[in-house]
Write a protein that binds this ligand. Sequence first.
Ligand code: MEV
Length: 324
Amino acid sequence: MRKITISVPGKLILMGEHAVVYGKPCIVVAVSQRMQVAVEKIDETVFRLNAIDLDFENYQKPLTEIGIGEIPKEAKFAEIALLNFTSKYKIQSGVEITTRSDFSAQIGFGSSAAVAVGVIKSAAELFGLPLSQKEIFNLAYKTVLDVQGKGSGFDVAAAIYGGTLYFQTGGSIIEPLQTNGLNLVIGYSGVKADTVTMMNQVLGKMKNFKSGIDEIFNNIEKLVSEAKIAILDKDWQRVGTLMNYNQNYLEDLGVSTDKLNIMIEAAIKAGAYGAKLSGAGGGDCMIALVAPNKKLQVSYAIAEAGGQIININVNAPGVKVENL
Ligand code: MEV
């Protein structure tokens, strides 16, 4: 086979962001908007990339120069993922990679992790290497660390395993959770946040006031552990309350914004069980946990508050081959 197409889900973090970078657990859910990654063997000894949604096409480099020199931001995750894959498995073949996405790279659905997972999984299939989920995780997580220097890997796990996961830093725990009945409304704040900037902001606070930030992370850990039990019990009222507490700690960390706060407040006033920002903060999306009969009114309230509603289904399947 000369060409493989796979698809990878986006993700939303339910609870535990930031703390999960420092050894704590989080809960993450894969969503139905997906990224397609196609990898094709080509005769030229080059790596070629077309990132259709980024208007970034025909980027090309000799195989011997992959990972060397200044890499445009649109190519970073794909190029470093390919480098990690080809170096580990001693593959030397020209390839053309094309990515397309149902979701914009602007909204914080995890497009970087999805590209890393997509390139590694599709290349593994193309070159006949039956890699386990954990092997793909390790290589894709290494890619994330190589490119951005830090991160927990929760987005990589969601892209690979799908569903809902209880996840701990670096994949030391990756535990699927049954979450039938999880109803979310998603509101995009209209502002693109930069994950690394937000992580650095929290790191700066940590340097100034380590014991205070440690305490916040310890409390977030307790909320996440309780939320795991409440989710398994389908006690959505309790999960919503825990999400609200989690949001308070995120505000203490300084990563929420006025716009997110207004959207969150509107969702709660309209009858959501709970609401919080989702991800690094500084913009991107908020999520509201709702009963099915409140979905419409919560969506209206978030839109009224200036948010853009993004329709997704939760518990999407993990990475899968599309063209076999
Ligand atoms: C970003 O979506 C979530 C963070 O916890 C970063 C990470 O876990 O890699 C801030």
